[in-house]
Design a protein around this ligand. Structure first.
Ligand code: GLN
Length: 530
């Protein structure tokens, strides 16, 4: 029978609950427990696919094509597992299922209600995902007290009642602010949020206090006394240089031992040396390189979270540290490209829509002509084709996403995307096989003929232009199995100019950097340090 760890959040959002959840999972996995994780997002959207990254952070894509909350990316990176869309529950998904059942007549004669029908649906879902695993960690998004999260909290309260003591552990994460004037760590917000949780019928077993600095002994004691948890059940999660340090910090305080005791599961020591070394390498990185990120949501770093993590994974293996120079693509249109002159490499990430397109194309052209290491991802791949078509071949070309009546639709949609009206979940999504040509840069990076990478796009290189592009020197080194879709492009005369239709960042993991990022950082180092 699986056991459950439920992680809730108090006081405010953005505390790093996802990292704490991932860290706990990581530590338990190191004890050979088979772990899975669920993120509950109390919003009404069925998935994150139609959400603006500027408001909500990046949309993470799974192997099965699920477009999910970015925390699933953290789980995959810390746990080194591949999750499915089932691991992300939203209010929208739950209500949709219940309403479909009601229309089918599954509840015939009954009044369909939040308790028990919605809460049953939630519990069944959690149990379904947990099946076959030793421990399932469930993170409830939002903050205790929000209207939206009520049915989920009620569902996990029932889950505890049904599974019983020793099978479910509640971890509550809260903020411990420091009042500047007195320099004191304040526990009142924590006390209030625990009170709120208890009013719902949930008594936390463990409290993790997020604070700028480590929690003092007195602070832990106060939280213990006022929140009714033992002293050894209060843990401190201070600000750190790298999120990958968090498991080590929690481990030192004995969190794994405590959780396993609460779950009546045996404890054993774990060897964390490999991870400790990885964290050290991330922190030490001696070769400092500046990478321009030319995008559209650059005001919120979370919009490109997986790319930033992929930089870290690759840099850790190359003794490097990346400084990201955020460049709003639109600024390159109005203010010129001077800012690009100071960087060691340029990345044009995925994106949608017209804003900033010409700026991105200028950045790509600049990288190509000046032999600056370049990585293009998805939209960045498509715009590299447009740039090549325009400035090398001399075509008046564009993507039909941006200019429907362009004389040369070099990027366009293929028949299966014709006439799609519903926008949610209809792109080409998830892991797809790609065949790599031997003797290319892509092959030297992947060292494999067939790879699987994750996709999220509607548009493609127009097959009618492929010959022309290749005759003019562009090499398509990765091609989908159907031989129609172009997946990777590169320029043999350039030290590192590569772009992919897929998103390599979604599969980058600690100690297993994504090959395209590894090569990218390596060439940036070579450019700067020779
Ligand atoms: N807008 C492009 C498309 O739909 C690229 C998408 C992306 O970058 N994720 O194909």
């Amino acid at each position: 029978m699986p056991k459950y760890i439920i992680v809730t959040g108090g006081v405010l959002s953005g505390l790093g609950k996802g990292i704490i959840t991932s860290s706990i999972g990581f530590l338990l996995k190191k004890r050979d427990y088979n772990i899975t994780a669920i993120k509950i997002d109390p919003y009404l959207n069925c998935d994150a696919g139609t959400m603006n990254p500027f408001q909500h952070g990046e949309v993470f894509v799974l192997d099965d094509g699920g477009e999910v909350d970015l925390d699933l990316g953290n789980y995959e990176r810390f746990l080194d597992v591949n999750l499915t869309r089932e691991n992300n529950i939203t209010t929208g998904k739950v209500y949709k299922n219940v309403i479909e059942k009601e229309r089918r007549g599954d509840y015939l004669g009954k009044t369909v209600q939040i308790v028990p029908h919605i809460t049953d649906e939630i519990k069944n879902w959690i149990r379904r995902v947990a099946e076959g695993h030793d421990i399932c960690i469930v993170e409830i998004g939002g903050t205790v007290g929000d209207i939206e999260s009520m049915p989920f909290l009620e569902a996990v309260r029932q889950l505890y009642l049904e599974e019983g003591e020793g099978n479910v552990v509640f971890v509550h994460t809260t903020l411990v602010p420091i009042l500047k004037v007195v320099g004191e760590q304040k526990t009142k917000p924590t006390q209030h949020s625990v009170k709120e949780l208890r009013a719902i019928g949930i008594t936390p077993h463990i409290i993790v206090g997020r604070c700028n600095e480590p929690l003092k002994k007195e602070t832990k004691e106060k939280i213990s006394l006022f929140c009714n948890v033992p002293h050894e059940a209060v843990f401190s999660s201070p600000d750190v240089e790298s999120i990958y340090e968090i498991p080590l910090i929690l481990e030192k305080q004995g969190i794994t031992k405590y959780i396993l005791k609460k779950l009546n599961l045996p404890y054993k020591d774990a060897n964390l040396k490999e991870w400790e070394d990885f964290v050290e390498r991330i922190k030490k990185g001696r070769k400092k390189i500046n990478i321009a990120m030319v995008g559209k949501y650059t005001a919120l770093g979370d919009s490109y979270l997986s790319i930033l993590e992929a930089f870290r994974h690759a840099s850790a293996e190359l003794d490097a540290k990346v400084n990201v120079v955020w460049i709003e693509a639109e600024d390159l249109e109005t203010n010129g490209i001077e800012r690009l002159e100071k960087v060691d490499a340029i990345l044009v990430p995925g994106g949608f829509g017209e804003r900033g397109v010409e700026g991105k194309i200028r950045a790509i052209g600049y990288a190509r002509e000046n032999k600056i290491p370049f990585l293009g991802i998805c939209f960045g791949f498509q715009l590299s084709v447009v740039e090549y078509g325009r400035n090398v071949i001399g075509l008046d070309c564009h993507s039909t996403e941006i200019k429907a009546n362009t004389p040369h639709p070099i990027i366009t949609i293929l028949p299966e995307q014709y006439g799609i009206k519903q926008l949610g979940g209809t792109m080409r999504l998830g892991a797809q096989p790609i065949i790599i040509k031997e003797g290319t840069l892509a092959y030297s990076l992947y060292k494999k003929k067939k790879i699987y990478e994750r996709h999220r796009h509607r548009y493609e290189v127009n097959p009618e232009y492929i010959d022309l592009l290749e005759k003019n020197g562009l090499v398509f080194s990765g091609i989908a199995e159907d031989k129609i879709r172009m997946e990777i492009l590169e320029l043999p005369e350039h030290p590192y100019f590569i772009a992919s239709q897929f998103h390599p960042e979604f599969k980058s993991r600690p100690l297993k950097p994504a090959p395209l990022f590894y090569g990218f950082i390596k060439s940036a180092i070579e450019k700067k340090y020779g």
